[in-house]
Structures are given as C-alpha cells and as structure tokens.
Write a protein that binds this ligand. Structure first.
Ligand code: IMP
Ligand code: MG
Length: 172
C-alpha cells in the first residue's frame, strides 16, 4: 500500500477544531446541548471537537449506511443504530466527518427534525467543493477540499485508514 499524500495536517485539524469548539461553546451556553455523531466516520472528529467544547454537553451516536460502492454514495440511507436518547425539546448538533453529495445529512436532518428538537445544527470537518448538492446549513465548518476521495481522521477506504492522524489522498 502506498503512503497517502497529506492534504490537511494533524496540527491544522487540531487548531480548526479548537476554533469550532469555541464557537459552539459560545453559542450553546445555558442550553441543553446534545452532540450527535454519525458513525463510523465521525468518531474521531467527535472526540477531538468535544474536548474543545466547555459545556455540560451530552453525546449520542447514529450509525447509518448508504448503499453504494466504496467511493460513491447512492443516496439511500439505512439507519443501523438510532439515537438512544429522546431529542424532543433539545438542542441537537450533528457532527459529521465530511459532506460529499450531502445526501446522508439531508436525510438525517429531515429524519431528526420530525422528532421536534428545539434546534438542529450541523458541524462538519470537511466539505467537498464542486459537488452539486441540496442546500445544507453547515453552521460549523472545518475545511473546504477539492472533490477528491480523502482518507484518515475517521474517514475510510474500504474500512481502512480511519486511524491516520491527518487527512490524506491516495494518488494511484
Ligand atoms: P454524502 O452522503 O455523499 O455526503 O457522504 C456520506 C458519507 O460518505 C460520509 O459521511 C463519509 O462516510 C463517506 N464519504 C464521502 N466522501 C468521502 C471521502 O472522500 N472519503 C471517505 N469517505 C467519504
Ligand atoms: Mg464511509
């Protein structure tokens, strides 16, 4: 296996997450915040972002799978694991690793809105540019990247590379 080319360093990610965490801390002070990570990809972003949120926040996770090949989403989302907690009346912040077609998040925001949370916002570490997608309100965004397939920091290629400490691209 080739070594991936580094696109965003561990240090750049860390300082971006610190900024995002500070903004979240300011915005949700005094509110009942539930951070919802989308598994599996968001597990690392969630852990590192959350440590920059200086509030008595609670956590939950959803696992979804989109039918499709290793590198393309089909838009059909299946909920593998739903939330453990009721969200009615609570402030939800969805935490995602990457927004590509936006179809997963579009589906999830619709699905969660029906449960009548007090608010629902979105944090994403990466947003792919140059992709046609439904308009998505990303309240806290990390980096815009070119429309390449990236790995690391939670993102996989066929379930591998999630533990790379940086965002990389395979060049072959
Ligand atoms: P979307 O529904 O197309 O926005 O993408 C949904 C999911 O596809 C993301 O949460 C990732 O798990 C995965 N994904 C999208 N782009 C990439 C990528 O470049 N590398 C690894 N996984 C990706
Ligand atoms: Mg994936």
């Amino acid at each position: 296996m080739n070594t991936p080319r580094e696109l965003i360093s561990a240090q750049e990610i860390e300082s971006k997450l610190a900024e995002m965490g500070k903004a979240i801390t300011d915005d949700y002070r005094g509110k009942d915040l539930l951070m919802v990570g989308i598994l599996k990809g968001a597990f690392i972003v969630m852990a590192d972002l959350a440590r920059h949120v200086d509030l008595p926040v609670e956590f939950d996770f959803m696992a979804v799978s989109s039918y499709g090949s290793a590198t393309k989403t089909s838009g059909v989302v299946r909920i593998i694991k739903d939330l453990d907690q009721e969200v009615a009346g609570r402030h939800i912040l969805i935490v995602e690793d990457i927004i590509d077609s936006g179809l997963t998040i579009h589906y999830l925001m619709k699905n969660l809105s029906v449960r009548q949370p007090a608010s629902i916002e979105l944090a994403a570490l990466l947003i792919k540019d140059g992709i046609e997608r439904p308009p998505l309100p990303v309240r806290y965004e990390g980096f815009h990247i070119p429309p390449e397939f990236v790995i690391g920091y939670g993102l996989d290629y066929a379930e591998k590379y999630r533990n790379l400490p940086y965002i990389g691209v395979m060049d072959d």
